[in-house]
Every structure is written in structure tokens, then in C-alpha cells.
Design a protein around this ligand. Structure first.
Ligand code: AMP
Length: 401
């Protein structure tokens, strides 16, 4: 019994093959530079032996159809998927499920039309996700395909938290509201936290912090998300690698008028040139922390801003939840940056949160507990695994259908 998980981006295809009820990983890989005729595709592939094969192709991969063929060849040649009939299902990551999808669904023509209708809300992501779905449905037409949405976990957020204080007609007519993203990751680490703490998820108040190049926080009460920092798009909320996160919307009118910037220029400014990169010229937290450690002023500022914004969200979500049992750090930064965890928890002792600096500096692959003995809430570092979660949800949908 094998499950294939596909994460299809505009010029990339990420895949992972799982086996059995325990969903052990048989192979994973990434094909980049799809459609770039100037440049050879970058392929990396790891099979179950854990051996990474960096494969460089001399020719480019023209489109997602060819990428799926290349992937199928790699899986066949390495012996992990000799025949596609070994698959019980294919799980697809879909970024935007709007209000239509509260949970993963088996894909049929109606689902495809609904994902298509959501393209205006995710113009970069949903078309790429759909491309992967269409090609996979052609390639393995008889295998059930499941869509797992980044937004679905946040559909439990109540109205007073998902609405913006704009004319209500904008919500009614155009569905302008908070959707939130990284839902698969928030949901996965919250479940892992409950398992680790050996308490039912339904009894816990949890704040999950997914801190990667994109970053978001979620407040989870009794297993249900009640608020999250990303909004209509992934631009809102925390300071990110190149995204500004929260700001006064009037800055846009000001820059539009004073600097004569049009909508596309403002979009690029806020999404690609802001965040950590805007402050110190770098978006990689490793480089920033090193430079900050060596006294670089702008890097120290970028780090301080990132952690200050994070701390404000932790405080806000403790208030929204009415107390917290556990805070989870995950994503590339959350899992690896002791300094970010330390600075974002500093000063929260008054709220009963206290971090143990020695434990915080331990590096390990498994779940790490970093609170001090007197901390009222647990502080956990949990590696996220979105592909595993997509495979798990895919299997669940298939078993229930
Ligand atoms: P992700 O988007 O989850 O892959 O995370 C990417 C971010 O994680 C980048 O900002 C990396 O610099 C950061 N990151 C990865 N490893 C480390 C590390 N050891 N220390 C600090 N940041 C890290």
C-alpha cells in the first residue's frame, strides 16, 4: 500500500512516496526550474536507503507533464514504485480552499472547478497546484486523488476573528476575510504536541508558531483553530523573510501617491523586498543570526523586529485563548534558531512562560522540551512534516470514501 504526495509549485514539483499504515518514507524528491528553457532542471532524489542522489539533467524539463514522467522514471528505476497500480492514492497540496473546503476531499470535476474558482484568491499557487492535479489525474486516472488544503484547518476560526472591519458587503460579495495558511503544519504539530504531552488535543490550549521563510502563528483551542496571523493572503502577520507582515495600510496610499508606485510595484515591495530582507538585506535567518552575533547593526535590528512581532502575537493569542498549555516552535527557524526562541519568550515570565536556556540550546531531531521547571506552559520544538500529514489525511479520506 503506497501513497504519493505531490506539492506542485509554479516551476517546481516536490514529491514524497509513503508506504504502509505507519506511512514510512520510501522516497522523496524535488524537480526545480520546470519550464525554464535556458537552464537545466535541478533534480534531487532520496530513496529509502537515505542515499541522496543529486541528479543534474543536461536538458530542461518543459512542463509539469514531463516532470511527472521524470518523477515516475526515478521511482521506477530505484525500485520503490515499479508499477503505479501499487498506489492506493495520490495526495495533493492545494494552497487555497477558500470557504468551500473545511477538510481534505476526494478530487472530482466539481472539486477542480471549485479550486479553479478560487484562483483570484491565490493567483500564484492554485493554478500551479491544479496543474499537478490535472497531470496526475491523466497519468494515474484510476487511482483516487485527494486535495489537502493549507487553509482548511483555519476554517474553524469564528466570524469575529476572521472578518476585517471593512464594509460587510466586501465579505458577502467578494469573500474578503482572513483565511490563514500553513494549516497542514499547524494541525500536524498541534497533534504531535498532544501526543507528546500525553493529553487529549481536545483538552489543550496551544499556540503553534510556524517560522520558516514564510511565517505564521495559530491559536488552537481544544483542537480547533480560533485565530491565525496570515490573512486573505500570506502577507499579513509576522515579519517574514521578504514579506512585511502587519503594517498600517495607509502606508500603501502614501507610497502610491508620493512615490508614484502602482499596484504591482507595491505588491513586489511588500512581498519580495520587505521583511528581514528589507531591514538588513538578507532573508536567511542563519546568516542574519551570525551577522547579528558579530555586531552587525542592521542584522541585530532585523532579528529584534522578528522576535518582537512574534512575542506580540504570543501575548495576543494567550489573551484570545484565555491561557495557554503549550507553545510549539516549528519550521526552519522555529526548529533551528535558539536565539529566536529565546528572544521571543523573553519577558513573558509574567504570563507564566519561562524558557530554560540550556535546554533551548540542545539540537536534536526529535521533539525538544525547552521550558524551565517553573514554567506554567510547555514550550516545545517540534519538526513539522507537511508531506506526512498530507499522506495521513489522504489515507483517511480514501478509507472513509
Ligand atoms: P523553511 O521555509 O521552513 O524551510 O525555513 C527557512 C528558514 O529557516 C530560513 O530563514 C533559514 O535561514 C532558517 N534556518 C534553517 N536552519 C537554520 C539554523 N540552523 N539556524 C537559524 N535559522 C535556520
Amino acid at each position: 500500500m503506497k501513497i504519493l504526495v505531490l506539492n506542485s509549485g509554479s516551476s517546481s514539483l516536490k514529491f514524497q512516496l509513503f508506504m504502509g499504515r505507519d506511512l514510512s518514507v520510501l522516497a522523496s524528491g524535488l524537480i526545480e526550474q520546470i519550464g525554464n528553457v535556458q537552464s537545466a532542471a535541478q533534480l534531487s532524489f532520496v530513496d529509502s536507503s537515505g542515499l541522496e542522489k543529486e541528479l543534474k539533467r543536461s536538458e530542461s524539463v518543459a512542463d509539469h507533464r514531463e516532470a511527472i514522467m521524470v518523477m515516475a522514471d526515478m521511482l521506477r528505476e530505484s525500485g520503490v514504485l515499479v508499477d503505479t497500480s501499487e498506489l492506493v492514492g495520490v495526495g495533493h497540496r492545494v494552497v487555497h480552499g477558500g470557504e468551500a473546503f473545511h477538510q481534505p476531499v476526494r478530487i472530482d470535476e466539481t472539486v477542480i472547478v471549485a479550486i479553479e474558482a478560487l484562483i483570484p484568491l491565490a493567483p500564484l499557487h492554485n493554478p500551479a497546484n491544479l496543474m499537478g492535479i490535472r497531470v496526475a489525474m491523466e497519468h494515474v486516472a484510476n487511482i483516487p486523488q485527494v486535495a489537502v488544503f493549507d487553509t482548511a484547518f483555519h476554517q474553524s476560526i469564528p466570524e469575529h476573528a476572521y472578518l476585517y472591519a471593512l464594509p460587510y458587503a466586501l465579505y458577502e460579495e467578494q469573500k474578503i476575510r482572513r483565511y490563514g495558511f500553513h494549516g497542514t503544519s499547524h494541525s500536524y504539530v498541534a497533534q504531535q504536541a498532544a501526543l507528546y504531552l500525553d493529553r487529549p488535543l481536545e483538552d489543550l490550549h496551544i499556540i503553534t508558531l510556524h517560522l520558516g521563510n514564510g511565517a505564521s502563528a495559530a491559536a488552537i483551542r481544544n483542537g480547533k483553530c480560533i485565530d491565525t496571523s496570515m490573512g486573505l493572503t500570506p502577507l499579513e502577520g509576522l515579519v517574514m523573510g521578504t514579506r512585511s507582515g502587519d503594517l498600517d495600510p495607509a502606508i500603501l496610499f502614501y507610497l502610491g501617491r508620493e512615490n508614484d508606485l502602482d499596484m504591482d510595484a507595491l505588491d513586489t515591495l511588500l512581498n519580495k523586498e520587505s521583511g528581514l530582507k528589507g531591514i538588513c538585506g538578507e532573508n536567511d535567518m542563519r546568516t542574519i543570526s551570525e551577522a547579528a552575533g558579530q555586531g552587525d547593526k542592521q542584522s541585530r535590528l532585523a532579528l529584534a523586529m522578528f522576535c518582537y512581532r512574534l512575542k506580540k502575537y504570543i501575548g495576543a493569542y494567550i489573551a484570545a485563548l484565555g491561557g495557554v498549555d503549550c507553545i510549539v516552535f516549528t519550521g526552519g527557524i522555529g526548529e533551528n534558531s535558539a536565539i529566536v526562541r529565546q528572544l521571543s519568550c523573553q519577558g513573558l515570565e509574567w504570563l507564566g512562560l519561562s524558557l530554560d536556556e540550556d535546554k533551548n540550546n540542545i539540537r536534536q531531531q526529535e521533539i525538544l522540551e525547552i521550558q524551565a521547571p517553573d514554567s506554567r506552559a510547555s514550550l516545545l520544538v517540534i519538526p513539522t512534516d507537511e508531506e506526512y500529514e498530507i499522506a495521513r489525511q489522504t489515507l483517511q479520506v480514501i478509507n472513509n470514501s
